[in-house]
Design a protein around this ligand. Structure first.
Ligand SMILES: Cc1cc2nc3c(=O)[nH]c(=O)nc-3n(C[C@H](O)[C@H](O)[C@H](O)COP(=O)(O)OP(=O)(O)OC[C@H]3O[C@@H](n4cnc5c(N)ncnc54)[C@H](O)[C@@H]3O)c2cc1C
Length: 277
């Protein structure tokens, strides 16, 4: 294996020109880079010295610096928003040693279909803040679907509006330490007996992820009561590729079960906030 050069910039001004070099890539937690075997990699930019490890929660928004690990996100968000969907999702992802390494920026820049971060961020309508060739602010769903935006570009933060949601998160796994075959995120808010707002996202499906807007519209602004099962199926027509030795139809069945549990929370059939992770 060819020798790797490590770069250790201390400011963004030092880091950004390094992205222009052929074969030189940012290093977050390194967990995805290592899985890829570092075939094309000539050099790595260690992001640890950059000021990207900041967690900020104001009254109106939450900003996650891109170098925060999953463990640091959960540790911080537990203090400001216990019950937050990111706490439910990230505290179950991978294993403890991996959660101490996997970063927000590295995940957003690779977004594997098994990611536990993608579904919650899409449901939260998060924005990705970047610097470099494609510097700017992008909606998370666009960033996940357009890999071209990631070329020679550094993710510096992810941010989303700070609002109170009842949240449900399900990861479909065979064993506790397994990549999820799919995930379901449901956020909802009720006032009196009305459903004020709802967001429903599935990941790991064909097309990698989907926000189920037609299904959301069945509930949003309506009285909190169970909806017609056939109408739910029609509006949640999600397909899955066969994976992990699991048949596509079987995964679709498991998805419907998880979705039903998430929707029960929206309509108040189970106590708010109760997921099945
Ligand atoms: C065995 C195993 C099990 C796992 N299980 C899960 C799981 O259950 N759930 C889950 O959510 N995740 C899981 N993961 C993690 C997931 O697969 C990715 O490896 C991880 O999200 C990548 O994050 P990272 O910080 O390690 O990225 P890195 O490996 O450091 O980087 C990934 C890519 O992003 C680029 N990059 C890194 N940081 C930045 C940045 N700030 N800006 C721009 N580009 C950047 C790199 O150059 C590289 O191309 C697992 C990983 C392993 C190895």
């Amino acid at each position: 294996m060819a020798e790797l050069t490590w770069y250790e910039p201390e400011t963004l001004e030092e880091a950004l020109p390094l992205l222009e070099r052929e074969g030189v890539y940012p290093h977050g937690g390194g967990t995805f880079l290592l899985m890829g075997g570092l075939k094309k990699v000539k050099g790595l930019i260690d992001l640890d010295r950059l000021p990207l490890r900041r967690f900020q929660a104001t009254k109106s928004f939450v900003e996650l610096g891109s170098s925060l690990t999953y463990a640091e996100v959960t540790e911080n968000i537990e203090k400001t928003d216990p019950g937050h969907v990111l706490l439910k999702a990230l505290s179950c992802a991978a294993s403890t040693p991996l959660r101490n390494r996997i970063t927000v920026g590295g995940t957003v820049s690779s977004f594997p279909a098994w990611s536990d971060l993608l579904g919650p961020l899409v449901a939260l309508e998060a924005e990705v803040v970047t610097a470099g060739a494609n510097g700017g602010i992008f909606p998370i769903d666009r960033y996940a679907k357009e890999p071209a935006l990631r070329r020679k570009t550094l993710v510096t933060a992810v941010r989303f509006a700070r609002r109170v949601w009842d949240s449900y998160y399900h990861r479909e796994v065979r064993t506790r330490f397994d990549y999820p075959a799919f995930t379901v995120t449901v956020l909802s808010r009720r006032s009196e007996e009305m459903i004020e707002d709802v967001r429903i996202v599935v990941t790991g499906c064909s097309g990698k992820f989907a926000r189920l807007m037609p299904l959301e519209n069945l509930f949003r602004g309506k009285p909190a009561k169970p909806a017609d099962g056939r109408e739910i199926s029609k509006r949640a027509d999600v397909r899955f590729p066969a994976k992990k030795g699991l048949d596509a139809d079987y995964l679709a069945h498991c998805f419907r079960v998880a979705l039903h549990r998430g929707l029960a929370q929206v309509t108040g059939e189970t106590p708010a906030g109760e997921g099945d992770v």
